[in-house]
Ligand binder design. Structure first.
Ligand code: PGA
Length: 259
């Protein structure tokens, strides 16, 4: 199966930036730059408090909405949490799960990412499941073991028929927000390994449908080479997603490669 059957996905992870009004402003700019193209899937993931205002701005566009986290239960006594159903109610299509910042600062584990992944799929939300090694893990030769544990741990109980909805983001922790990007070859090596792991879990046909994004200091300058790799199906963009022209530059690189 060729890469062209997997539509590129460029997702902006706004992290804990921009209030509701500021988020709507950025969404307006993104909308005017890339809101009407349909060659590439585009998604923006604002904070919970900006979801509604951003949803309003992008409602008639081809830009999808995503959240940055969720709880795995539908409702109940979970103070401070938000469920998949609540996100669907605000027209979210995607949810980022297991981002390394959540693993590092908020005790997210492979087991909790797994529960959230299953809950997201059950609620018709597309999970963007993040995996990636630290510099220490890479340097000590444990990189693939770490990624295998995270990938398999997150996907227990996920079925082949979920493949169209499933997105994996490979984000080497040492490349996030540091300006250090994995070279296209380094990233492709890991993406190909992840696809093999997915084939082992879901079968080859399903594995070929899963989009695997690269994340970690992706910018308009390095996006064309990264996105040209066989198993890189898009990007999860942090810093560069906060500037509409940079984000649009990455979307444009994906559009050029998909023609
Ligand atoms: P970055 O962040 O693009 O700022 O490196 C990516 C991410 O954390 O998703």
């Amino acid at each position: 199966m060729s890469k062209t059957v997997r539509k590129y996905l460029i997702a902006g992870n706004w992290k804990m930036n921009l209030n509701s009004a500021e988020g709507a402003e950025l969404a307006k700019d993104v909308h005017s730059l890339v809101g009407s193209q349909s060659d590439v899937s585009v998604c923006v993931c604002p904070t919970f408090t900006a979801l509604e205002s951003v949803a309003e701005v992008i409602k008639d566009s081809n830009i999808a909405l995503g959240a940055q986290n969720m709880h795995y239960e539908a409702s109940g006594a979970y103070t401070g949490e938000i469920s998949a159903e609540m996100l669907r109610h605000l027209f979210c299509n995607f949810v980022i799960l297991g981002h390394s910042e959540r693993r590092q600062y908020f005790g997210e584990t492979d087991a909790s990412v797994n529960k959230k992944t299953l809950a997201a799929l059950a609620a018709n939300l597309k999970p963007i499941v993040c995996v990636g090694e630290t510099l220490e893990e890479r340097e000590s030769g444990k990189m693939l073991e770490v990624i295998k544990t995270q990938t398999e741990g997150a996907l227990v109980g996920v079925k082949a028929e979920d493949a169209d909805s499933l997105v994996i983001a490979y984000e080497p922790v040492w490349a996030i927000g540091t300006g250090k990007t994995a070279t296209p070859e380094m990233a492709e090596e890991v993406h190909a390994e992840i696809r093999c792991m997915l084939a082992g879990l879901l079968g080859t046909d399903a594995a070929n449908k899963v989009r695997i994004l690269y994340g970690g200091s992706m910018k308009p300058g390095n996006a064309p080479e990264l996105l040209a790799q066989k198993n890189i199906d898009g990007g999860l963009i942090g810093g560069a997603a906060l500037k509409a022209t940079d984000f649009a530059g990455i979307v444009d690189a994906a559009i050029k490669l998909s023609k």
